[in-house]
Unconditional design. Structure first.
Lengths: 112, 114
């Protein structure tokens, strides 16, 4: 029940295209859903996060869509750039928990 | 940069040995969490330290232990190293131990057990 399932495992997109990464969860106590970006040799860095009281959050080219009834959320990267090439992790957390529960990651490659 | 620093960046140890990894938390953060990230996987929670006490543990055996110091820096100790302990070890600091507060990650320590 603590799992967060992420897909796809890898994604190749042309420059200027839209990258979409999906996550699903089971634990209805989760109430915080961040997305992290990780470059090789670096730790994860917070990109954007959402709480379940809103269905969408946008920050620049990055948008989270959240579907509470389906227990799914997704990251959309608009106008994808080669510099966006990295591994992206979705995560989830409940307010009382100490830890983030991470998905398995999506390796995004944006072709020039 | 997050202000969370980890040392060393890379480490090679032999099976059965012991290792200590170090983390300096971001200024003002009194909570440090440790995660293990195996190759190609998402980080897995090891444990959290808050005000120098272990404040929660994931599904890791007792040979994984830690410390937190009065300046909120932290150590992760692993005894009797196994080959499967080879991973990137991440430290994350946050303002509070629970709630929907942002966690800031260090760059990690890459541990290889041979």
């Amino acid at each position: 029940q603590q799992q967060v399932k992420q897909s796809p495992q890898s994604l190749i997109v042309q420059k200027g295209g839209i990258s979409i990464i999906n996550c699903a969860y089971e634990n209805t106590a989760f109430d915080y859903f961040p997305w992290y970006q990780q470059f090789p040799g670096k730790g994860p860095a917070l990109l954007i996060a959402i709480r379940p009281d809103v269905s969408e959050k946008k920050e620049g080219r990055f948008t989270i869509s959240f579907n509470k009834s389906a227990k799914q959320f997704s990251l959309h990267i608009m106008d994808s750039q080669p510099g966006d090439s990295a591994t992206y992790f979705c995560a989830a957390k409940s307010g009382s928990a100490r830890q983030l529960t991470f998905g398995s990651g999506t390796q995004l490659t944006v072709l020039p | 940069e997050t202000g969370v620093t980890q040392s060393p960046t890379h480490l090679i140890k032999t099976r059965g040995q012991q290792v200590t990894l170090r983390c300096s938390s971001q200024s003002g953060h009194n909570t440090v969490s440790w995660y293990q990230q195996a190759l190609g996987q998402g980080p897995q929670f090891i444990f959290q330290y808050y005000r120098e006490e272990e404040n929660g543990r994931g599904n890791f055996p007792p040979r994984f232990s830690g410390l937190q110091f009065p300046n909120y820096s932290s150590e992760l100790n692993v005894n009797a190293l196994e080959l499967d302990d080879s991973a990137l070890y991440l430290c994350a600091s946050s303002l509070v131990p629970t709630g929907n507060t942002e966690a800031f990650f260090g760059q990690g320590t890459r541990l290889t057990v041979v």
